[in-house]
Design a protein around this ligand. Structure first.
Ligand code: ADP
Ligand code: ZN
Length: 191
């Protein structure tokens, strides 16, 4: 593979819940630090899954991140010395994230984004489709289907053990419902 040298670029890591997006983001960012490049990591404020200030994977790895409300704040916190920007849970950000990431890449920054490609209804999630279309590199990871053990590409939402309905609200981080990884044939929507 030829290395891009005249500009930055966008990398997207995507797939359903539990497919290893955060783990892969953390792995790439650790290597950036080993290379002594300057990195800034961001996540949306509403992702309070484990920690307000870190990107944390389901297996317990973590890296420090700045929680931000609106993607504009990412620009405000970047100076000319930053080589790499990492963004976790990108699906929760406003659509403005797309143009902001393009700007950063134009300015020479490597931007690594992790986020869900689709919500529990199997619909494309927030700015992710646009980011995937614009990125130089896209990795779609699979989890393991909790029902049958096949590769899982979808996120199942369960409320009191039953599949959620499509018209239930999309974003409910930290609520009492359960999410699990499922394949196409085991994924279900109520109604
Ligand atoms: P994501 O950010 O995509 O939600 P994480 O990186 O936080 O995923 O977590 C991935 C880890 O979750 C895996 O390495 C594995 O240890 C664990 N895990 C739990 N359930 C599953 C599953 N159904 N399929 C795959 N990995 C799972
Ligand atoms: Zn299955």
């Amino acid at each position: 593979m030829y290395k891009i040298t005249k500009s930055g670029w966008l990398e997207v890591i995507t797939g359903p819940m539990y497919c290893g997006k955060s783990e892969e983001l953390i792995r790439r960012l650790r290597r950036v630090k080993i290379a002594r490049q300057k990195v800034k990591v961001f996540k949306p404020v509403l992702d309070n899954r484990y920690s307000k200030k870190d990107v944390v994977s389901h297996s317990g790895n973590s890296i420090e991140a700045v929680p931000v409300d609106h993607p504009e704040e990412i620009l405000e916190r970047i100076d000319n010395t930053v080589d790499v920007v990492g963004i976790d849970e990108a699906q929760f950000f406003h659509e403005d994230l797309v143009e902001i990431c393009e700007d950063l890449a134009d300015r020479g920054i490597r931007v690594i984004l992790a986020g869900l490609d689709r919500d529990f209804r199997n619909e494309p999630f927030g700015p992710m489709p646009e980011l995937m279309a614009r990125a130089e590199y896209v990795d779609k990871l699979h989890a393991i289907c909790i029902q049958c053990g096949e590769p899982a590409s979808r996120t199942q939402r369960l409320i009191d053990g039953e599949p959620a309905a499509a018209d239930d609200p999309v974003i409910l981080v930290g609520a009492s419902e359960v999410y699990e990884a499922r394949c196409r044939s085991c994924h279900a929507i109520k109604g």
